[in-house]
Write a protein that binds this ligand. Structure first.
Ligand code: GDD
Ligand code: MN
Length: 419
């Protein structure tokens, strides 16, 4: 009599890289004799879950009955749960006795939909790697279409809401607008990737293992498909229409944070793949930090404008005095966020108050020098080249932003020190 629950899957760690062979050990030191390659199967379907206790049993039952017919003994379901408060992982673990093709991973130190999927693929044994939501909003029967498209030679098969037979149930106008807006933004920032599929936001697709094996991925947030499209070796892409269903139990975990992460993810892919990626690697330019620095700078712009309006527009203070005060507050705002976020890994090693004040002083001086540089540039572009004043101002800000970033990188936070 087997007592206790069957064992959970070991959680892979280290880089987000899928091995060429199922079960191959990637980060350790191994030679060909020492590592055990798991018995390959055809399909590994990852089901990322967070608080899906109301859906998971039906999900496993429906997927098993479908795949037992289509792929007898040649598939596995891999639930990757992020330590759900509602103990989804424990319910799934209990189901393993009844469903022999079910494997369960409980992550306790990492969180996030995209990283969950990749950790599942790293532990997977399939030649084909798939992902489907664990809340029954992705109709399971489309799996068979995706699988036959892969078997007919596609490297990637995506379930799409925006092709023949696709759609969403009764989504609000706001949700439709946000989804389409995110797609449009992706087409502007990363056209080479986002334009390749009709539904880049899809979280329902299958990929041939060889198309992503050995690629160091750097996933973020919800949109695992853009990471696969951005870093995989994908020649042939197929799509199958599906209608996004209404949830039966639980609720969506999408918050504003996922939208912010999506924008950051697009920018990071933009600067770390393709032509710009090659240039950046040559320059050894820390693009992740630079993107964060720019986002902090945007918040400073809002502070600057808001304080200027309050002092000059509401309190009636003189424009120059208001602008200086607003500018100084914006610099403090930027220092704070850069110290916490952009260069957090560096500043956490230099927490002493004296060091913080030293960084603040340097940051302030560099930004004030940047302000002088900006005014000079603005005059050259406006009075010398007769550019439109706002275009001239924008270009001057762009140049000064790179100057501010690079000098602060080398002087204020001295990233070189921690290398
Ligand atoms: N492991 C893990 N960790 N799973 C997660 C996490 C997490 O942090 N967040 C969400 N999930 C799981 C949910 O439990 C669910 O199974 C699935 O990921 C999707 O999460 P939802 O919160 O239900 O997302 P959605 O329904 O709003 O949007 C989904 O469908 C869209 C259209 O395909 C997501 O897949 C989106 O990425 C996708 O664009
Ligand atoms: Mn959902």
């Amino acid at each position: 009599m087997v007592t206790g629950n069957p064992p959970l899957l070991e959680v892979p760690s280290g880089s987000f890289e899928v091995s060429r062979l199922p079960g191959e050990i990637l980060d350790g030191n191994y030679n060909n004799q020492s590592f055990q390659v798991a018995e390959p199967i055809h399909l590994s379907l990852i089901v990322p879950t967070y608080n899906e206790s109301g859906n998971i049993e039906k999900m496993v039952r429906v997927l098993t009955s479908l795949l037992d017919q289509a792929l007898p003994n040649s598939y596995e379901l891999v639930i990757v749960d992020d330590d759900s408060r509602d103990l989804t992982w424990e319910i799934a673990q209990g189901l393993m006795r009844e469903y022999p093709h079910l494997r369960v991973m409980r992550r306790q130190t990492e969180r996030g939909l995209s990283t969950a999927v990749i950790r599942g693929w790293q532990a997977a044994r399939g030649e084909v790697l798939g992902v489907i939501d664990g809340d029954l909003q992705h109709p399971p029967e489309v799996l068979l279409q995706l699988l036959s498209q892969i078997d007919q030679g596609a490297d990637l098969a995506v379930a799409s809401r925006h092709v023949e037979g696709g759609g969403v149930s009764d989504w609000s106008i706001v949700r439709r607008f946000l989804s389409r807006g995110a797609q449009t933004l992706g087409l502007i920032i990363l056209p080479r990737v986002i334009s390749r599929v009709s539904d880049p936001m899809s979280g329902y697709f299958m990929i041939r293992r060889s198309a992503i094996a050995g690629q160091k991925m750097n996933p973020l947030g919800y949109k695992i498909l853009i990471e696969v499209l951005g870093r995989g070796n994908i020649e042939r892409i197929a799509e199958a229409g599906y209608t996004f269903q209404e949830r039966e139990e639980g609720e969506s975990k999408v918050t504003w944070r996922q939208y912010q992460e999506y924008i950051y993810h697009l920018l990071r892919l933009r600067f770390s793949t393709g032509r710009l990626g090659r240039i950046r690697r040559k320059l050894d330019f820390p693009i992740g930090r630079f993107i964060r620095f720019v986002m902090v700078g945007c918040s400073g712009l809002i502070v600057d404008m808001g304080v200027l309006y309050f002092l000059h527009g509401v309190l009636g203070l003189g424009l120059t005095r208001s602008a200086i005060f607003a500018g100084q507050l914006a610099i403090l705002n930027n220092f704070l966020w850069n110290d916490i976020w952009t260069f957090g890994d560096v500043s956490r090693k230099q927490r002493q108050w004296g060091k913080v004040l030293k960084r603040l002083l340097k940051f302030n001086i560099i930004c004030l020098m940047g302000l002088i540089l900006k005014i000079l540039l603005l005059n050259v572009l406006f009075n010398g080249l007769h550019l439109n004043p706002y275009l001239a101002n924008f270009l001057a800000i762009a140049v000064v932003t790179v100057w501010n970033f690079w000098i602060n990188l080398k002087l204020s936070w001295r990233v070189t020190q921690t290398k």
